[in-house]
Design a protein around this ligand. Structure first.
Ligand code: KG4
Ligand code: ZN
Length: 355
């Protein structure tokens, strides 16, 4: 296929109501014709986290306008599209249902193909939208709900090497922000506070850093942060130092495990030369600095999409939908919203078992 495709993407799985129009052809890069992200941060801030009921209602209220803005900014009408993609899971089921149902309505009315997309696949393929990264690649997927190392062999073809056995990396950032009174959303707030902090002041644990396999664990780190936080009187200096020390522990673990995975895939001779980082935590600059150094040492090319494409957005959904439509992977109007939807159902990885 040589004709470029133009796809609308709708994202409503958490607290961003997002719609975007993307044009291109796999393997990318593609062009983002519009990318509207209506954040609900202000609505959730008083509660210190995302409230599913509030999120679902807010998606209902602003989705139509968000889609209209995405089309208007792209200068297109529904009829100009080659398809409509929406996140169908995993995520907060109420919000997912709102986006997926809207996409079904648009697809039905326009006769355009529908793609009911896995949100994690959308994060994973973002590096093809931005950089045209070829398959296969090694993927560190770090978001509010997930923390996984995967080999991505193609669209819908993922082999999991490791995952978190408790909290996700983004969740650890969010919980630490709450403990430190840094508010919501936690990741960017902790990163900001950490900029002026001394990362060596507190020596927090690096959970599973030297363990076999590729799994992660962050709950012990959270407990260690709480212990310190409970034993001191907060001032700006201490908050910055705790934030910096916590961030150093998380990013060292993430980069260390990813380095180990690079070595493993090289030994397995899988023809993998790229390491991609995706999901909201990929926006963390100190993580990308460490990953960059690790990739350079190990002879891999690191690809980190720009921050606004790492956190939830419609462009990643539109692009992943575009790749699926290009392969003829269309979904029926009876596609269901799913709260849980692993990229790879295998609980044990081949690579993990060997390590
Ligand atoms: O991918 P995403 O937008 O939503 C999910 O699919 O979960 O990721 C959101 C997560 C949140 O936990 C947020 O605190 C974290 O990504 N995050 C960050 C940064 N920006 C967002 N974590 C660390 N540093 C950041 N700069
Ligand atoms: Zn996400």
């Amino acid at each position: 296929m040589t004709k470029e495709l133009t796809v609308l993407g709708i994202e409503t799985s958490c607290d961003e109501t997002a719609a975007s129009v993307v044009r291109g052809l796999a393997p990318g890069p593609g062009r983002i014709l519009s990318n509207i992200v209506a954040s609900q941060i202000a609505a959730h801030r008083p509660y210190g986290g995302v409230v599913p009921e509030i999120a679902a209602r807010a998606h209902v209220e602003i989705l139509e306008e968000t889609v209209e803005r995405a089309l208007a900014e792209a200068g297109l009408k529904i009829d100009d599209l080659d398809g409509i993609a929406a996140t169908a899971g995993p995520g907060l089921i109420g919000g997912v249902a709102v986006g997926l149902t809207a996409a079904k309505g648009l697809a039905l009315a326009s006769g355009k193909p529908l793609v009911a997309l896995n949100h994690l696949e959308a994060h994973a393929l973002t590096a093809r939208l931005t950089h045209g990264v070829p398959f296969p690649f090694l993927l560190l997927l770090v978001s509010g709900g997930h923390c996984q190392l995967l080999i991505c062999e193609g669209v819908g073809r993922f082999t999991r090497m490791g995952t978190t056995i408790d909290d996700a990396a983004g969740e650890a950032f969010d919980k630490t922000a709450k403990l430190l009174g840094l508010g919501f959303p936690g990741g960017p707030a902790v990163e900001d506070a950490a900029r002026t902090g001394n990362a060596k002041r507190y020596r927090f644990p690096r959970p599973l850093a030297d363990a076999a396999g590729f799994d992660f664990s962050f709950s012990g780190l959270k407990t260690a942060v709480r212990r310190v936080a409970d034993s001191v009187d907060f001032d700006d200096r201490i908050v910055s130092d705790i934030a910096a020390s916590f961030q150093a522990a998380v990013v060292e673990v993430l980069a260390g495990r990813t380095r180990k995975a690079m070595r493993a895939v090289r030994e397995m001779d899988l023809n993998i030369h790229h390491v991609v980082v995706a999901g909201g935590v990929a926006a963390n600059e100190s993580l990308s600095r460490l990953l960059c150094a690790a990739a350079a040492d190990e002879g891999f090319e690191l690809v980190v999409p720009p921050g606004r494409l790492c956190t939830d957005n419609g462009a990643m959904v539109a692009w992943a939908g575009l790749e699926r439509i290009q392969l003829g992977l269309i979904d029926s109007l009876s596609a269901v919203a799913r709260a849980r939807w692993p990229l790879d159902r295998r609980s044990e990885s081949v690579a993990g078992a060997k390590a």
